[in-house]
Design a binder for this molecule. Sequence first.
Ligand code: GTP
Ligand code: MG
Length: 277
Amino acid sequence: MTRKGERDSCLRGNDGGYAAPAIRYTLAPSDSLLGRAVNSPPEPLISVLLPTYNERENVAALAPAILDVLRSAPCEVIVVDDASPDGTAAAVRRMAAADPRVRLVERSGKRGLAGAVFAGAREARGRFVAVMDADRSHDPEELPDMLARAADGYDVVIGSRYVEGSAFLGQPFLRRLISRLLNAAARTLLLLPYNDVLTGYAVCRRELLAEPRTRYSSPGFKWLLELLSTRRGLSVYEWPIVFHDRQAGFSKASALEALRLGALCVRLAAWRCLHRG
Ligand SMILES: Nc1nc2c(ncn2[C@@H]2O[C@H](COP(=O)(O)OP(=O)(O)OP(=O)(O)O)[C@@H](O)[C@H]2O)c(=O)[nH]1
Ligand SMILES: [Mg+2]
């Protein structure tokens, strides 16, 4: 791994061409961005969306960590919980009572990660939304850099696991292999020129998720694939992330998700054919 702020990143538009293969930072980009943010209107600059199902322990650690990283920026953390039996919502309610930047959106029953992301984006007030897994796989320390790229004008900043400078910590080899193969299949089938189209970590303008073109991914996980497939002319930046294995609790990923992904690819391909031109 190269040091934070010195990593090469790749930048691609929908035409598939590399626009800026190497970007080098000499100062923490967050400083200038957050300095600007302090003078911006009172509405949050960024809303961080955390979809949760049985993540009480993780979210209790992650939400304060996010607020700490973004402490100089107007921000909010919106937890979208699907009636987790482990009491995730009660834990978030306690945090929200102590800090108005924490908000809870509750849905009745487990209805899917992507649907939770769309629901959270509708409630969000920030100019930008960030989406992260709540299981602490995604490091909040990446947020200021990703937000800085979005504030620079990129429509979507992908927290990418597959560009130079990305790394995996602790995930079993087989999980990584399956994830990589599914990612390759999805980007090939949908002719997407990005390296990671299935990550759960990204920053984008709020309206891209609050007003999605389709909601085919709602019952499953792959909201980013849907966003990238249904919007034309997006400028996309892939920021390399370090992906950690979940810190506590149990995975909700299953073979069903792979089947859902196949069906989603077919539906999105059909949608793109219908909306060509
Ligand atoms: N609201 C909501 N959140 C969900 C649902 N399914 C998963 N999540 C959350 O989405 C995030 C990703 O789910 P994970 O279980 O970590 O899936 P994964 O990262 O593919 O699997 P692991 O690598 O094993 O952790 C976590 O924050 C989950 O709590 C759901 O149906 N509703
Ligand atoms: Mg996870």
